[in-house]
Design a binder for this molecule. Structure first.
Ligand code: MG
Length: 388
């Protein structure tokens, strides 16, 4: 029996992780849960799974949750210390890191320092602090399993092969809902247009990132650290059907791909069960019914966010953290109607341009860069709202 703790249990990946656990109750149990402020859903999860501990964002929400629960055996804790306690809890075997955004970094680092098996869905952890995370995992003996479908695919395509034989990684991208639109058309899209993802069911932030292609950019940086490979050897292909989840090309010209229906429960199950494979009880991929699988090169003129991510990855240091923080701030502003869609990448580019020194020797340097980029992005957004 594997005991699973979930950081971010009320988000999209957290909820799907619990569905996977439901299917395999003989293999997995819930050790601990954590959420931000969605107290009602967390309460329902506690009633159902009886975790030993549960954490929420702050003292106020902790008090509210205790009242809602009216007793019970689950210890309720809160704040970053609460999340860290969940991440490092002694009687958990696997920590699912599924908090969205930069907020996931510190709890995830705690799980890695505790030497856990970490199923990593929070890509920001690797994007912001890949060098520190991989170093820390080496020291503690933690193993990090990818949950992102592309990285899960690459992980599987690498199994049984020598790293020296890898020529390049090929990440596939659905292209999002706008991949056939002109620049002018993209300039006019609404929040609702951007939230209608064709293939994957995801949270709002990831859905917007997938429409700008920033999601793919963040995944390139994530892959750079996950698989210890130069970004020059990581390519992106638009593949609108989302059937081929990613590929690895070897030096002899062979390309190995991983295919499957686009459902996050499959990579989640793989990350939890590895090195075993368990039945997902999902329909088989019907290749004959799927028809042609098409691939295109991404167009960075229409989707400049991807080029910005490559630039930040090459620059290294705190540059990816700046990119990520500026993007999070800009996406929030877009979602609340503050800026048009095309300004998301515009703001990220301007924040990167404002920084001359991106050296980062510690995690604190990374966190400072994160805060600075958010302030700068907010200033740019406020100026923009002013001139409307
Ligand atoms: Mg992905």
């Amino acid at each position: 029996m594997k005991r699973v703790s979930i950081l971010g249990s009320t988000g999209s990946i957290g909820v799907q992780t619990l569905k996977v656990i439901d299917v395999h109750q003989d293999r997995f149990t819930v050790a601990a849960l954590s959420a931000g402020t969605n107290i009602e859903l967390l309460k329902a999860q506690i009633d159902r799974y009886h975790p030993r501990m549960a954490a929420v964002s702050d003292e106020h929400h902790a008090a509210e949750l205790r009242t809602l629960l009216g007793g019970g055996d689950t210890e309720i804790i809160w704040g970053v210390d609460g999340y860290r306690a969940i991440a490092g809890m002694a009687d958990a075997d696997v920590v699912m890191s599924a908090i969205v955004g930069a907020a996931g970094l510190i709890p995830t680092l705690a799980a890695i320092e505790a030497g856990k098996r970490v199923a990593l869905a929070n890509k920001e952890t690797m994007v912001m602090a890949g060098a520190f995370i991989t170093e820390s995992a080496k020291k503690s003996g933690a193993s990090i399993m990818p949950v992102d479908s592309e990285h899960s695919a690459i992980f599987q395509c690498l199994c049984g092969h020598r790293k020296d034989d890898v020529k390049r990684l090929i990440l596939t991208a659905s292209g999002g809902p706008f991949h056939t639109m002109t620049r002018e058309e993209i300039g006019r899209v609404t929040v609702e247009d951007a939230l209608a993802h064709p293939n994957w069911e995801m949270g709002k932030k990831v859905t917007i990132d997938s429409a700008t292609l920033m999601n793919k950019g963040l995944e390139v940086i994530e892959a750079r650290w996950f698989f210890d490979i130069d970004v020059e050897r990581i390519d992106v292909l638009i593949h609108p059907r989302s059937i081929v989840h990613s590929m690895v090309e070897y030096i002899d010209g062979s390309i190995i791909a991983q295919l499957g229906i686009p459902d996050m429960r499959i990579p989640i199950l793989y990350a939890l069960a590895y090195p075993e494979r368990l039945p997902s009880h999902m329909p088989s991929l019907d290749l004959a019914g799927t028809g042609a699988l098409e691939f295109y090169l991404p167009d960075v003129n229409r989707f400049p966010a991807l080029a910005l991510a490559y630039r930040a990855a090459k620059e290294g240091g705190a540059a990816p953290a700046l990119l990520n923080a500026a993007n999070e701030t800009a996406v929030e502003a877009f979602l609340t109607g503050g800026i048009p869609f095309t300004r998301i990448a515009g703001i990220v580019g301007e924040v990167l341009n404002q920084e001359n020194d991106t050296t980062a020797d510690t995690i604190d340097d990374i966190l400072r860069a994160d805060r600075r980029a958010r302030e700068r992005a907010r200033t740019l957004i406020e100026n923009e709202e002013h001139h409307k």
